[in-house]
Write a protein that binds this ligand. Structure first.
Ligand SMILES: *Cc1c(COP(=O)(O)O)cnc(C)c1O
Length: 369
């Protein structure tokens, strides 16, 4: 098969070709079962084996400690914006660190269920910086502190998770890691709960990963739907209702692919982190050197995954996108709220894809001068 185009979509996003090939090969008959994974009972031996392997591989990849539960849910990151306060707030208060569109949405949704304090915001900078944790106004009554650890739209990433205890707070940290899960290790000692939709780095849309410390289970509000009560989901091994079996299976294939990735002596997520650093550096270095392209995010909090950039001459945007598409560089248009361009370079994007983009940026710049 010919080289597929490089897909820079923010999500649903590129999936490793090997994963797609394997799923295609197993589509009609999974491992001699005579069934597609889509046609299997979620309670049957075959699917249970897929599920267990998927959870085991994820725990290994992310080094999830034994006192954290792994839940495969539905409703996406946006669903979790309601599900987290329904489970953790006890109808009281929660703190929000607003660093871009996604955390802003989370705070707004939480207001339906609890008091959502604005602990810090970088909106005045146009979401191009991160508020220093030392300046956060944490509420001693907050049941949790919400932080989006990678703002997919504004291209802002938290490179070191805050130590809330060191800031005088006993509340658990909740992170929305939708768009950078499995692209770098997670410091679980600083996290009470992490959630993320799968469609950026883990697989197809339809499954939402939740990793939650055991002591946070069992505090859901009475109005919380049973299917969204973390304790109910956990007690039933994510099978209180029918889980998104196909999406879990593809995520499982992606985890096997991740485990097989190496960079030097590193494997898995550590290898991906090294590769992701190199990919992001290649693109940012080029943008910073060129007078024709600009990224406005402060270098200390630039995302390795989502790189928004603008052409100095925005009247050339349509020509830029058409030329990119003709070269097999897809879905580079920026989010409508920000404009310009955005290159999302998740785990499935190889260094060669970023190099192809840089080559195109350079060539397009030349034709414009
Ligand atoms: C994509 C994304 C979401 C939304 O996920 P849905 O699956 O559409 O609900 C939430 N948070 C972040 C950081 C995202 O990147």
């Amino acid at each position: 098969m010919a080289q597929r185009p490089f897909n820079f979509s923010a999500g649903p996003a590129a999936i490793p070709e090997e994963v797609l090939q394997k799923a295609a090969a197993e589509m009609l008959d999974w491992h001699g079962s005579g069934m597609s994974v889509m046609e299997m009972s979620h309670r049957g031996r075959e699917f249970i084996s897929i599920y267990e392997q998927t959870e085991t591989d994820l725990r290994e990849l992310l080094a999830i400690p034994p006192d954290y539960r792994v839940l495969f849910m539905q409703g996406g990151g946006i669903g979790e914006n309601a599900i987290v306060p329904l489970n953790l707030s006890r109808g009281e208060a929660a703190d929000f660190v607003v660093t871009g569109s996604w955390s802003q949405k989370s705070a707004k949704e939480a207001r339906k269920y609890c008091t959502a304090n604005l602990a810090a915001s970088n909106e005045a900078s146009g979401f191009t910086t991160l508020p220093d944790p030392a300046t956060w106004k944490l509420d001693s009554r907050a049941r949790y502190v919400h932080l989006c650890s990678n703002e997919t739209i504004h291209g802002v990433e938290v490179h070191q998770l805050p130590d809330l205890k060191g800031l005088g707070s006993d509340a658990p940290l909740v992170i929305d890691f939708s768009s950078h899960v499995a692209t770098r290790p997670v410091d679980w000692s600083r996290v009470g709960l992490a959630f993320g939709g799968a469609q950026k780095n883990l697989g197809p849309a339809g499954v939402t990963l939740v990793v939650v410390r055991e002591d946070l289970l069992g505090h859901a509000l009475p109005i919380c739907p049973s299917a969204f009560d973390y304790k109910v989901v956990s007690d039933n091994g994510s099978m209180y209702n029918t889980p998104p079996t196909w999406a879990i299976y593809i995520a499982g294939l992606t985890f096997q692919w991740l485990k097989a990735q190496t960079e030097g002596s590193l494997t898995g997520v550590a290898a991906m982190e090294l590769r992701n650093i190199a990919k992001a550096k290649l693109l940012y270095d080029f943008i910073d050197r060129s007078p024709f392209y600009v990224n406005k995010v402060s270098p200390d909090c630039r995302s390795r995954m989502n790189i928004p950039f603008f052409l100095a001459d925005e009247s050339r945007n349509d020509a830029f996108l058409a030329g990119a598409k003709a070269r097999g560089l897809l879905q580079l248009k920026g989010h409508k709220s920000v404009g310009g361009m955005r290159a999302s370079i998740y785990n499935a994007m190889p260094l060669a894809g970023v190099q192809a983009l840089v080559d195109y940026l350079q060539e397009f710049e030349k034709t414009q001068s």
